[in-house]
Ligand binder design. Structure first.
Ligand code: PBG
Length: 293
């Protein structure tokens, strides 16, 4: 028997995600035992400040990166959307899982099925806020942080009429029935990588397990989406968004460009060969920047 240690954040969703990878590996590799090692990350510990203020996405991955470098774990599993755009060469993403539902959903307070005029919607994501503001011009947005369970608890107990969550997380927790309104990827463009899990490992160790997890379509979509964000990203609180869908040999990429000066945003598409995913992301970003900045 050989052992593979997967590192994960210790939230219910993160452990569930690590378990998805564990199950997939053990189903194919009967000689392998996968252990899940959980750890608290800075992003999970500091809950009273907005992520933008305490250093952004990297906070959820730093502790796991360190554990990988020190060989306390062999792999780490992350929601791709929580990973920084620039990843250390030493710790590459070795596999991308098949994408879960990439859409965002609005969850209403139990017993309600809408947001009243002036009602408070909890979201700390500027990406979600700017897009929802257009769909719900009369509601008020207020920050809300914490994992899925914490946010649903705050929705029940505090002055929120709604909160926004990714369908992917709800699906993995078998909770999609809480979704009150599911937005199409056109209504609310998802975060780059939303719904995809990234399996990170050490350089040179891309192992025997990769084949049973990796999804080439997810990798192509991720390449395009992340290239778009990388070109435009002015900082971790920037609300830009991107979503790619593979159809045969083509990638259809949707990009959302946000203009700080008047807080307006624009959504455009580009279709091209899957071989050019990264260039497409960069081109779409540069074209929109030129047009709208
Ligand atoms: N930032 C937290 C986070 N990171 C990934 C997901 C959902 C799962 C995914 O996108 O794969 C969530 C929860 C949410 O946004 O509702």
């Amino acid at each position: 028997m050989r052992t593979l240690r997967i590192g994960s954040r210790d939230s219910k969703l993160a452990v569930r995600q690590a378990n998805i990878v564990k199950t997939a590996i053990e189903a194919v590799h009967h000689d392998t035992k996968v252990e899940i090692i959980t750890m608290k990350t800075t992003g999970d510990i500091i809950l009273n400040q907005s992520l933008d203020k305490i250093g952004g996405k990297g906070l959820f991955v730093k502790e796991l990166d360190q554990a990988l470098m020190e060989k306390r774990i062999d792999l780490s599993v992350h929601s791709l959307k929580d990973m920084p755009m620039d990843i250390s060469e030493e710790l590459p993403i070795l596999a991308f899982t098949k994408r879960e539902d990439p859409r965002d959903a609005l969850i209403f307070k139990p017993g309600k099925n809408g947001i009243s005029e002036g009602g408070v919607v909890g979201t700390s994501s500027r990406r979600r806020m700017i897009q929802l503001r257009r769909l719900y011009p009369k509601c008020v947005f207020k920050g809300i942080r914490g994992n899925v369970e914490t946010r649903l608890k705050k929705l029940r107990e505090q002055n929120f009429e709604g909160t926004v969550l990714a369908m992917a997380g709800l699906a993995r927790l078998h909770m999609t029935e809480v979704a009150g309104r599911v937005f199409s990827t056109e209504e609310v463009v998802p975060a780059a990588g939303q719904g995809i899990l990234a399996v990170q490992g050490r350089k040179g160790e891309d192992g025997f397990w990769k084949e049973c997890i990796h999804c080439p379509e997810s990798e192509i979509a991720a390449l395009g989406e992340r290239a778009f964000i990388r070109v435009l990203d002015g900082g971790c609180s920037s609300p830009i968004a991107a979503y790619g869908k593979v159809l045969g040999n083509e990638l259809k990429l949707t990009g959302l460009y946000f203009r700080e000066s008047d807080e307006s945003f624009y959504i455009e598409h580009k279709v091209g060969s899957i071989e050019k995913a990264q260039q497409m992301g960069e081109q779409l970003a540069k074209e929109m920047q030129k047009k709208y900045e």
